[in-house]
Design a protein around this ligand. Sequence first.
Ligand code: KG4
Ligand code: ZN
Length: 364
Amino acid sequence: MTNASPDRALVVLGIETSCDETAAAIVSRDRDGKGTILANIVRAQLPLHAPFGGVVPEIAARAHVEVLDHAIRKALADAKLGWEEIDGIAATAGPGLIGGLIVGVVTAKAIAMARGLPFVAVNHLEAHALTPGLTHGLGFPYLLLLVSGGHTQLLIVKGVGDYERLGTTLDDALGEAFDKAAKLLGLGYPGGPEVEAMAAKGRPSIALPRPMLGRPEPHFSLAGLKTALRHAAQARSPLGEEDIADLCASFQEAVAETVSDRSKRAIEIYLEELGPRAQRALVVAGGVAANRRLRDALAGLADAEGFDLIVPPVELCTDNAAMVAWAGAERLVRGLADDLDAPARARWPLDPDAPPALGAGVKA
Ligand code: KG4
Ligand code: ZN
């Protein structure tokens, strides 16, 4: 795999169908490596899944089939481009819900075949990881905290296709923990924004554990915190509005402290490992990056460590296809197109060499 300097401009169509957003986007990458979003269409499926309190894979896959062609057509129209101006097709091929992934990958391959264009099978985590190159023109290396509904990882991003996973979650993802907390407190889905809104009305007065605090490896564990929250809620039952607000504030505080402790440990490892080559940049991506309390905690940490905290705009932090198109362009300029038999993969770790975290439920 080469990271050779690219020498030509590219326009790439990206497709994202790994979870509950159907998305299509067009991104250009000029010769200097600067990215521009020409169109960015995201069709959220939230109302379809909300009654079930979580994403239903079969419903998601069907909805992708119904919506994807329209999203692609709209992306071309928004960008005012015809197929002849597109240089490549990139689709998220994993990790994610396999039904949805297949819809995106098959569509992308069909277009690539019909138009004689190169196809790139994009790792969804890589797309998140490379986003600051698109949004901030950030060069390598940097430290990435990826916190979404499906993923919780600390990674060193060394280059395209070159990642070292420092930490992961042993059980629930961070966003999943917010969603479960919301559910057990009778709040709506997705839970993160609901918990944050309630937390603003309460005080972090209830003692909850800070899982993994001080552990040498920057892994996460959230199941115990969720259980402690359930016990605290049961002890106060029936819950009034004030109880729920205090429980939310206490949960959010525990999460913020844990995440900043784990990120501090990752910063130490990153600096030890890369020495003077370490760029002092901490990037936070994923839907949970929208959480104000978490951002404040990480801003404090970055400040103390002399790091820049980089948070892409929220619409590019959550699932979208612009990041997929960008990852596709970054790969294409390096000659990293895929064959048309590249599979969709429910599991696809970014760093296959990472030692398994003890007891980890494998998420990616
Ligand atoms: O990245 P994302 O949009 O989708 C994937 O999971 O890939 O992340 C969604 C997750 C949900 O679990 C949601 O509850 C969480 O991000 N989230 C938040 C906030 N906004 C969204 N969690 C905490 N605070 C928020 N303000
Ligand atoms: Zn994602």
